[in-house]
Design a binder for this molecule. Structure first.
Ligand code: NDP
Ligand code: HSE
Length: 431
């Protein structure tokens, strides 16, 4: 193969502009490594007049990204528009139908349509590459799919959303307001177009569904992911977590359960200070993969932002330039398994419980009774200070218990007249 790799770029926002910059800055280095140059010949975005901080003057402009994907004389279409459906999906489908490889950073698209798109690409002998879609700059897809290919994996988990990790870190370090920190993450180009995707755990769920498919050779099943975000995590919980020796992280966890099911869950977790992942802060992501021969491996790096994401996109372009190919999700699309998802009712673990209660004699006894009657055993209790007849926080850590029991006990506690707010429950994760 010779001659430049011709690229059509759909979307020139944070990531798209980063790709143009990287390809320009590193042109000689990339050529030395793969023997070919890269040239962006065609480009599409919404607003032609917008200054993107990069020079697009030598490229053909298209108002219609889908028509560009269908007609441009290129080798690869790079989709950096975003969104599970709409133009992003149409661009990828048009590109594959026209015989072009596709590189995308779009986890929403792959979480919803990954298995079908992989089938189309593989049937046509084309690459559908998406390293940037999971954990930004960390080459985690390659690591799982190629580097750990000799292992049966039992569990993969990590901090998969840079915006949430940035918010939780800044809340802990500065005590600043949630909305204020989110606005900063948006300015830095970390947040999704709709930031509720970040803070409600949806973006992490998209990434986990993709990771689980690669790790376990199963179809991408976003509908099987249990999802909770970070909106209910308060500054008070972060402070109590510190006192108890934990950090609060939004984790995505996928692992094998009894009967061959795969459990996929995204929710805030309390993680012991001693766990390496507890110290992954700011926009950094980390993924831990546990294999039968390799043991536990951890990968860490920036999970969002222009440079790291462009780095991952260009890694994919280098594979295409060099002719390196793997099945999209590690196993040919038609052979991906359909293992049944597992629910959370049978989840077993310890729990942090924070109640806001009226400071009166007998209240704690009622709470302890409700827990005991549902087989929930208390490991420790924190109630600092007194505030007779006013509201005080009561914080408890339980021993390992089954989630269904814990939820029944907490529902009963929440109905007690002295409990004034919805109880906060955070799972404690033994990592
Ligand atoms: P931006 O919002 O910054 O950029 C989106 C681009 O798509 C803009 O250039 C926009 O045009 C263009 N666009 C929107 N609609 C159309 C359309 N119908 N036709 C053509 N172009 C269109 O998003 P990001 O760069 O942040 O994200 C791009 C993708 O990368 C998303 O899938 C995102 O989830 C993913 N991603 C982002 C990361 C990040 O850190 N930002 C990290 C990892 C993945 P215009 O500029 O004219 O408005
Ligand atoms: N919004 C995403 C995040 C971008 O914050 O992690 C990277 O996928």
């Amino acid at each position: 193969v010779s001659g430049p790799v011709r690229i059509a770029l759909a979307g020139v926002g944070t990531v798209g502009a980063g790709v143009v910059k990287l390809l320009d800055t590193q042109a000689d280095l990339l050529e030395r490594r793969c023997g070919r140059r890269f040239t962006v010949t065609d480009v599409s975005a919404r607003d032609r007049g917008r200054d993107r901080g990069v020079d697009l003057s030598g490229m053909r402009w298209h108002d219609d990204a889908v028509a560009m994907a269908r007609t441009a004389e290129v080798d690869v279409v790079v989709e950096l528009i975003g969104g599970a459906d709409g133009p992003a999906k149409a661009v990828c489908e048009a590109a594959l139908a026209a015989g072009r490889h596709v590189v995308t950073a779009n986890k929403a698209l792959l979480a919803h349509h990954g298995t079908a798109l992989a089938g189309r690409a593989e049937d046509a002998g084309l690459t559908l590459a998406y390293e940037a879609a999971v954990a930004g700059g960390i080459p985690i897809i390659r690591s799982l799919r190629e580097g750990l290919a000799g292992n049966a994996l039992s569990r993969v988990y990590g901090i998969l959303n840079g915006t949430c990790n940035y918010i939780l870190t800044a809340m802990r370090e500065t005590g600043r307001d949630f909305d204020d920190i989110l606005a900063e993450a948006q300015t830095l180009g970390y947040a999704e177009a709709d930031p509720s995707f970040d803070v409600d755990g949806i973006d992490a769920a998209h990434k986990l569904a993709i990771l689980a498919s690669v790790a376990f050779g199963t179809q991408v099943r976003l509908d099987a992911v249990h999802v909770e975000g970070i909106r209910h995590v308060s500054a008070l919980d972060i402070e109590y977590a510190e006192q108890l020796g934990y950090r609060i992280k939004l984790l995505g966890i996928a692992g094998r359960a009894e009967g061959g099911a795969i459990v996929q869950r995204v929710h805030p977790c309390m993680v012991k200070f001693g766990a390496p992942i507890a110290h992954v802060d700011g926009v950094y992501n980390a993924v831990v993969a546990e294999g039968d021969f390799v043991g536990s491996t951890m990968y860490e790096g920036r999970g969002a932002g222009q440079g790291p994401t462009a780095s991952a996109v260009v890694g994919d372009l280098m594979d295409i330039a060099a002719g390196r190919r793997s099945p999209t999700f590690g196993v040919p699309a038609g052979m991906l398994g359909t293992l049944p998802p597992a629910g959370m009712d049978r989840h077993v673990g310890a729990y942090y419980l924070r109640l806001m209660v009226i400071d009166q004699p007998g209240v704690f006894a009622s709470i302890a009774t409700a827990l005991g009657e549902h087989r929930v055993s208390i490991e420790s209790v924190l109630q600092r200070g007194r505030n007779p007849d006013d509201v005080v926080p009561v914080v408890m850590v339980t021993h390992e218990t089954q989630e269904a029991d814990m939820l029944r006990a907490v529902a009963r506690i929440a109905a007690h007249p002295a409990v004034v707010e919805r109880p906060t429950i955070i799972r404690i994760e033994a990592l």
